[in-house]
Design a protein around this ligand. Structure first.
Ligand code: KG4
Ligand code: ZN
Length: 431
């Protein structure tokens, strides 16, 4: 694979050092953060994301303007397997990373010398995939003598919302924010706060108040689509097909977490432990996946699902009409009923958590936040409670590097740079 890599760009070889890092300097005070934010209006950060099946690079100005955001998707590569194959993902990241970074700089109209820092996803994600982005970023930062910033992928999803709100001119967010990060790998609820509200240089703190005990919601969308012969990834297809079915046709149940999570609570007293005093609002989506499987089997839908899979695989880019031509009413009803059950569960648990945590603002982000029914349901039900709800645009809901560069900006102002020997952390928690 290495032989296929293009040589590093020429401008890497003769770069003027503009590094602002100096490990011997004392830590800046909050006063300094404000000063930094006002005297450095043009901080350019190159973000790099490779945690799963998208290779992405973006140039973002001061956490509030996306100059470029290039995403090379590997969907076509993984489609025949019905899910992401980790080894194939790593190899594809290796092939794509240099062209993607070059294109991000070209589209932004900037050179390597213009960058103030380079940020990369440290985790969570696939180990091999993360390693490609991290190794590339370390080499680039070393060659350019630029500061290196490590970003948590989940923090990136939260900052995708902030980036776009700032881009629209909305700089005021009321805290605490409750963020639902819902994707193919995650279904988490975080209470997020800026240490000094309104100060772009102040850090962010996150408290996990909910998570899935088993499958992520996006994983359930993907598995159900596979079961019905609809291909990969399942979320976007189910989203488009659901309005054509009856969401009340099949009653799919979602497990409700009556028992406290043994990892989080005292098993004898049933009380929250001192480390985790706040109640948790956990999710579970492996049951509904089994429910759909049972329905498919008891209604003899397996053979037609296989035939549908073969027919749709033979079409290069199936349109909505192609999907509809291969789906009977029963399948459309299953799709619509499944989506309704997941959406209702995500919305009701998140709003319950928002009430309990007295959240002032709601963020819904991650790949599943692209779902039309989920957006409409959140907008309607949050409005009834007077709770402002924000989503990223659809391109920024799924994995991208602009969110990584945006999350890196406060860290840049706070000089929270990563050591050259930092490692990929596939299970990295967000705090
Ligand atoms: O955030 P993301 O790109 O990657 C992870 O961090 O996992 O999310 C990908 C997930 C996949 O499971 C995909 O099926 C789901 O997001 N997804 C959707 C939609 N678009 C993507 N799920 C429901 N409706 C959608 N429109
Ligand atoms: Zn993601």
């Amino acid at each position: 694979m290495a032989a296929e890599l293009a040589p590093l760009p020429l401008d890497l070889q003769n770069i003027e050092s503009r590094s602002k890092s100096n490990p011997t300097e004392p830590a800046p005070s909050p006063h300094d953060f404000l000063r930094l934010a006002t005297i450095m209006p043009d901080t350019l950060i190159l973000g790099i994301e490779s945690s799963c099946d998208e290779t992405s690079a973006a140039v973002v100005r001061s956490g509030e303007e996306t100059l470029s955001n290039i995403v090379a998707s590997q969907i076509a590569l993984h489609q025949p397997y019905g899910g992401v194959v980790p080894e194939l993902a790593s190899r594809e990241h290796l092939r794509a990373i240099i062209p993607v970074v070059r294109e991000a700089l070209a589209k932004a109209g900037r050179s390597y010398a213009d960058l103030d820092a380079i940020a990369v996803t440290q985790g969570p994600g696939l180990a091999g995939a993360l390693l490609v982005g991290i190794s590339f970023t370390k080499a680039l930062a070393f060659a350019l003598d630029k500061p290196l910033i490590a970003v948590n992928h989940l923090e990136g999803h939260i900052h995708a919302v902030l980036l776009e709100e700032r881009q629209k001119g909305n700089h005021a967010v009321n805290f605490p924010v409750l963020a639902l990060v819902v994707s193919g790998g995650h279904t988490h609820l975080y209470l997020a706060s800026q240490i000094a509200a309104g100060d772009p240089g102040s850090g962010w703190v996150y408290e996990n108040v909910g998570r899935t005990r088993d499958d992520a919601a996006g994983e359930a969308f993907d598995k159900v689509a596979k079961l019905l012969g609809l291909g990969y990834p399942g979320g976007p297809v189910i989203d488009r097909l659901a309005p054509h079915g009856d969401p009340t046709a099949v009653k799919f149940m979602i497990s409700q977490m009556k028992h406290p999570d043994r990892n989080k609570r005292d098993s004898k007293t049933d009380q929250a432990t001192s480390e985790n005093p706040r109640p948790h609002f956990d999710f579970s989506y492996s049951g509904i996946k089994t429910g759909v499987l049972r329905y498919v089997e008891t209604h003899n839908m397996r053979e037609t699902a296989d035939a549908r899979h073969r027919a749709l695989s033979a079409i290069a880019k199936p349109t909505l009409e192609d999907y509809l031509a291969h789906c009977d009413r029963e399948v459309l009803n299953v799709v619509a009923s499944f989506q309704r059950a997941v959406v209702d569960d995500l919305v009701s648990k998140t709003l319950t958590a928002a009430r309990a945590c007295e959240a002032a603002t709601l963020f819904v982000t991650g790949g599943v936040a692209a779902n039309s029914e989920l957006r409409t349901a959140f907008e309607r039900q949050a409005a009834m409670e007077g709770l402002p709800v924000f989503f990223p645009s659809r391109p920024l809901s799924t994995d991208n590097a602009a969110m990584i560069a945006a999350a890196a900006y406060p860290k840049f102002l706070a000089k929270q740079f990563a050591a050259a020997d930092f490692c990929a952390e596939p299970g990295l928690a967000l705090r």
